[in-house]
Write a protein that binds this ligand. Structure first.
Ligand SMILES: C[S@@+](CC[C@H](N)C(=O)[O-])C[C@H]1O[C@@H](n2cnc3c(N)ncnc32)[C@H](O)[C@@H]1O
Length: 185
């Protein structure tokens, strides 16, 4: 289980665990958007389980084999109710939950600019006051780049940085030695 395939590195996982620590409380509620085979889900669950919390793991799991591996990897936690998997597109799953319900929402689904913007818009209202909205694959601060470099960034598949800039300006942070971005709500 420690070797679950993940697209995040070790230092990203450490940063994610540390961030979660800042909003842990009894019955902590976390939503993860984009769970893949469950690597980051496990990091979140290991922390939240100590507080009898739940991780809602949302993914479309287009690839059946990936979905099967998610269940093989985390079936024990799912049976015990520590993980609630939801196989739906992010914005559809979002409608199942009341506003201000989650202590932390972690967005790591489609990293294209329009998708990230849509996911942030959908999930931001679901975070409680003093909770945390965060996500993966942020390379830096869009405003710090020259116009020419911004054009290059715009042409890339990864639109996380630009989406963050348009929503929060420079008002988001990046956890040290990681590509995890976060905003205190
Ligand atoms: C980068 S991977 C997630 C990696 C995972 N967080 C980890 O660290 O192991 C992105 C996942 O998002 C899912 N995904 C992509 N678009 C989605 C959408 N609109 N709604 C829900 N899940 C989506 C994909 O199926 C994929 O499993």
């Amino acid at each position: 289980m420690e070797n679950i395939e993940s697209l995040m590195g070790k230092s990203d996982m450490l940063a994610l665990g540390k961030l979660l620590n800042s909003c842990l409380r009894d019955k902590v509620a976390i939503a993860e958007i984009g769970s893949y085979e469950g690597g980051s889900t496990l990091t979140l669950t290991k922390e939240s389980i100590r507080y009898d919390g739940v991780v809602v793991a949302i993914d479309i799991w287009e690839d059946e084999a990936v979905c099967t591996r998610f269940w093989e990897n985390l079936g024990g936690f799912i049976k015990l109710g520590y993980i609630l998997p939801i196989r739906k597109p992010s914005v559809d799953a979002c409608r199942l939950f009341a506003d201000k319900l989650f202590d932390m929402v972690f967005i790591d689904a489609d990293h294209k600019y329009s998708s990230v913007k849509q996911d942030i818009g959908a999930w931001l209202p679901k975070v409680r006051s003093n909770g945390l909205l965060c996500g993966y694959d942020c390379e830096g601060y869009y405003s710090k780049y020259s116009k020419a470099k911004q054009k290059e960034i715009d042409a890339k598949d990864n639109g996380v940085m630009k989406a963050l800039y348009e929503i929060f300006g420079d008002g988001y942070k990046i956890a040290p030695q990681s590509r995890i971005w976060y905003v205190a709500v």
